[in-house]
Ligand binder design. Structure first.
Ligand SMILES: Cc1ncc(COP(=O)(O)O)c(C=O)c1O
Length: 460
C-alpha cells in the first residue's frame, strides 16, 4: 500500500498489539520512510502562485503539520503522488468518489458526452433524468434545481427559506458547515440566544446578524431560540450527520424534534445533505433517519466527481424559485451535461442492490479496527460510521456536539495523520473531518489499513 520500497523495510519490525506499556516491541518502532521531495517542491512553488499554495484551505495540511501530498493521479481506492507513492485513499475527493476514483462506467459516459459539448447554457434532457432520479430517491424532494457547488446549493436554499416564509432569521448549529457564503460563516455565541458574529474578516456583521446558533443535539436550545424570536425564524439548517466537526451522529429524537418544532412554528427545515446525500443511504440521511425535511441541499456524490450542487424540496416551496417564482438564482454552467452524465451514472451504480450494504460492511470493519488499534495502544478514542462515512476522535467521548469534539487531542491526531501517510494511508488532514470509503475499497485494503493503524497507533 505504501511506496513500494517502504513495504519491505517495514517488515523488519516485530510488533504485537497489547496495551501500552505491556506492548511487546521486539525493536524500536520506526516509521517507514516517506519520500515527499517532489510534493514539497511543487507545494513550495504553489505558495507563490496560489494563496497558501492551495485552492481550498484544508488541503494545505495546516492543522496536522508537514507539507501536503501532491497527487499525480487517482484510480479506484488509491491515490498516487508525484513522488511515486501509492496510498489507500479515505478522502475520496472529500466525498464524491463513492464509486471509486476514475470509475470506468462514469468515465465512459463522460468521454461519450465530451464530444457533444461540455456546456450548453440551454435545457438538455440529462437535467430531467438526473432530476427525476433525485426526486425518486429523496423523500423530501419534489422539485430540484442544479447548481455548481455545495456552497451555492446552501446559499440558494437559505434564500428560498427566506423568500418562502417572508422571514429573515435562521438557526444553524455550532460546528456544522454549509459552505462559505457570508450568513453561514458564524462563530457560535456562548449563550443560547446569542446572535452570530462573523467568523471571517470580510463578512459584514449585518450578514450574520440574522444567523442564530445552537448546540447540535440540543433541542431545548432550539426551542428557546424560537420562543425568543417568535414569528421571525425562516428555518433551521443542519447536517443530518455531522461531517464537518468530525463524524457526529444526531439523536433521532433531536431530528424528529426539529421537524416538529419547524412544523409548529411555520419554519422550513433544511437538511444539508451535501456530504451525506447518496452516501449514507440511497435516499440520503433523511431516509436513514425516517425524518423528512422541507428542503434538502446536495453536492459531492450527485456530481460523480464533477463540480455540482443541487437543492430541492416540496413543490410548493420550490415554486418560489425563478422563473417559476420571484426568488432569483441562476448559473451559467448549472446543469451542465458533463456533471449531469457523471451524476446519472454514479446514482445508477449506487442504485444497484447491495451497494450501501457493501459500504456499511467494509466501513464498520475499518472503524472498529482503527478504534481497536487505538485502544490496544492505550489511546482514548471514540468513533463510528454510517454506511460509507466514518470518523473517530482522540478523546474518550461520547461526542455529541462541537464542544465535545473540541476535547480531542489534536496534536496526537497530527502525529497519527503523518504516521498513516508513512504507512500509505491517506486520511483527511484534520481531526474535524469525516472519512469516506468507496465501492472500490477491497477487504484487502481494509485489512492492510487496520494493520497500518496498529503500527501507527504504536508509534504516536
Ligand atoms: C455539509 C456541507 N455543506 C456544504 C458544503 C460546501 O460544499 P462545496 O465545497 O461544494 O462548496 C460542504 C463541503 O464540504 C459540506 O460538507
Amino acid at each position: 500500500m505504501q511506496a513500494r520500497e517502504c513495504a519491505t523495510r517495514r517488515s523488519g519490525f516485530g510488533l504485537s498489539t497489547g496495551a501500552r506499556g505491556r506492548r511487546a516491541v521486539t525493536r524500536a518502532v520506526r516509521a517507514p520512510e516517506l519520500n515527499t521531495t517532489r510534493s514539497n517542491e511543487i507545494f513550495t512553488a504553489a505558495q507563490d502562485i496560489l494563496p497558501g499554495g492551495v485552492n481550498s484551505p484544508v488541503r494545505a495540511f495546516k492543522s496536522v503539520g508537514g507539507g501536503p501530498i501532491v497527487f499525480e493521479r487517482v484510480k479506484d481506492a488509491y491515490a498516487f503522488d508525484v513522488d511515486g507513492n501509492k496510498y489507500v485513499d479515505y478522502v475520496g475527493s472529500w466525498g464524491p468518489a463513492i464509486c471509486g476514483h476514475a470509475n470506468e462506467r462514469v468515465n465512459a459516459k463522460l468521454k461519450a458526452q465530451i464530444d457533444k459539448g461540455t456546456s450548453f447554457g440551454a435545457p438538455c434532457e440529462l437535467e430531467n433524468i438526473l432530476g427525476q432520479m433525485v426526486i425518486d430517491r429523496v423523500p423530501s424532494v419534489e422539485m430540484v434545481r442544479f447548481c455548481n457547488s455545495g456552497t451555492e446549493a446552501c446559499l440558494s436554499a437559505l434564500r428560498v427559506m427566506r423568500a418562502y416564509t417572508g422571514r429573515d432569521k435562521i438557526i444553524k448549529f455550532e460546528g456544522c458547515y454549509h459552505g462559505h457564503a457570508d450568513p453561514f460563516l458564524v462563530k457560535a455565541g456562548s449563550g443560547v440566544i446569542t446572535l452570530g458574529l462573523p467568523d471571517s474578516p470580510g463578512v459584514p456583521a449585518a450578514a450574520t446578524a440574522t444567523t442564530l446558533c445552537a448546540t447540535y443535539n440540543n433541542l431545548e436550545e432550539v426551542k428557546a431560540l424560537f420562543e425568543a424570536n417568535k414569528g421571525e425564524i425562516a428555518g433551521v439548517i443542519l447536517e443530518p450527520v455531522v461531517g464537518n466537526s468530525g463524524f457526529i451522529v444526531p439523536d433521532k429524537e433531536f431530528l424528529q424534534g426539529l421537524r416538529d418544532v419547524c412544523t409548529a412554528e411555520g419554519a422550513v427545515l433544511c437538511f444539508d445533505e451535501v456530504m451525506t446525500g447518496f452516501r449514507i443511504a440511497k435516499g440520503c440521511a433523511q431516509e436513514h433517519w425516517g425524518v423528512t425535511p422541507d428542503l434538502t441541499t446536495m453536492g459531492k456524490v450527485i456530481g460523480g466527481g464533477m463540480p455540482v450542487g443541487a437543492y430541492g424540496g416540496k413543490r410548493e416551496i420550490m415554486d418560489v424559485v425563478a422563473p417559476a417564482g420571484p426568488m432569483y438564482q441562476a448559473g451559467t454552467l448549472s446543469g451542465n451535461p458533463l456533471a449531469m452524465v457523471a451524476g446519472i451514472e454514479t446514482l445508477s451504480i449506487l442504485g444497484e442492490p447491495g451497494q450501501y450494504e457493501k459500504l456499511d460492511k467494509i466501513t464498520k470493519r475499518l472503524i472498529e479496527g482503527i478504534l481497536k488499534a487505538g485502544r490496544d495502544n492505550g489511546h482514548a478514542v471514540c468513533g463510528g460510521h454510517i454506511s460509507g462515512m466514518f470518523g473517530f476522535f482522540f478523546t474518550e467521548g461520547p461526542v455529541k456536539n462541537f464542544t465535545d469534539a473540541a476535547k480531542s487531542d489534536t496534536a496526537k491526531f497530527g502525529r497519527w495523520h503523518r504516521a498513516m501517510l508513512e504507512e500509505g494511508v491517506y486520511l483527511a488532514p484534520s481531526q474535524f473531518e469525516a472519512g469516506f470509503t468507496s465501492l472500490a475499497h477491497t477487504e484487502e485494503d481494509i485489512d492492510a489499513t487496520i494493520a497500518a493503524a496498529q503500527r501507527a497507533m504504536a508509534r504516536i
